[in-house]
Design a protein around this ligand. Structure first.
Ligand code: PGA
Length: 248
């Protein structure tokens, strides 16, 4: 069964440029939305802005990435205990932009998921194909990500079906159609059932990501049946994002 609660996870990527702008955007969102029991609103700003978590209430924070070790000689990296201490509860793992520009691999994705679970953070794992109709690619990423995951841990994991071709930053990127999104959702549920069983598969939350906006968010959550959405570009515009949250 899909979860009753709907998740809206904002991926700010490498935006905005200053702490002041980040604060303004967050306050603007909070002023116009209220945390409701059936909505989990999570903002994932760049790491340097996670300090806002101790100052701004009324929103849940997430990180956009972590390194898999807890501490050590890994220049430039940030660990799970660090983002947790800063106030994050979720971590986006395996985003296609990290795979493309920053050398993220299936192996590092798996290690990072394990680091999240060990540190009681919820991994938000992105799985999607580069081109339309490449189910094998989704399958490969799915299996690599869930390698070694215990059935009992499935409820702590959020999967995102994020077809790379649908991400707004990619040239010509436009949201997946109802049919494409539904196929992606059913395919991932089927993989979960095969790997575990129906009961365990139904404990995993599955979100959609890729050009989500205020006009289509509720199509993905209410009509297609996703447990929520991962929102990039539309989460950077206060009015658009507030409208999106209200639509869900
Ligand atoms: P988009 O980005 O909503 O701008 O397409 C989503 C994402 O990359 O997480």
């Amino acid at each position: 069964m899909p979860q009753h609660k709907k998740y809206i996870i904002a991926n700010w990527k490498m935006n905005p440029e200053t702490l002041g702008q980040a604060k303004k955007l967050l306050n603007g969102i909070i002023d116009h939305t209220t945390q409701k029991e059936n909505i989990e609103l999570v903002i994932c700003p760049p790491h340097v802005f996670l300090c806002l978590a101790s100052e701004i209430k009324g929103v849940i924070f997430g990180s956009q990435n972590i390194f898999w070790e807890d501490k050590g000689a890994y220049t430039g990296e940030v660990s799970a205990p660090m983002v947790k201490d800063a106030g994050a509860r979720y971590v986006i793992i395996g985003h296609s932009e990290r795979r493309r520009h920053l050398g993220e691999t299936d192996a590092s994705v798996s290690l990072k998921i394990q680091a999240c679970l060990k540190n009681k953070l919820q991994p938000v794992v992105c799985i999607g194909e580069n081109e339309r109709n490449q189910e094998e690619e989704v399958k490969k990423r799915f299996h690599a990500a869930l390698l070694g995951i215990k059935k009992d841990d499935l409820k702590k994991i959020v999967l995102v079906y994020e077809p790379v071709w649908a991400i707004s930053g990619n040239s010509g990127g436009a949201a997946a159609s109802f049919d494409d999104a539904l196929s992606g959702l059913l395919f991932i549920r089927k993989l979960l059932v095969k790997m575990f069983d129906t009961r365990a598969a139904n404990t995993v939350r599955i979100l959609y990501g890729g050009s989500v906006d205020s006009g289509n968010a509720s199509v993905f959550t209410r009509k297609v049946g996703f447990d929520g959405v991962l929102v990039g570009n539309a989460s950077l515009n206060k009015n658009e994002f507030v409208k999106l949250v209200k639509s869900i």
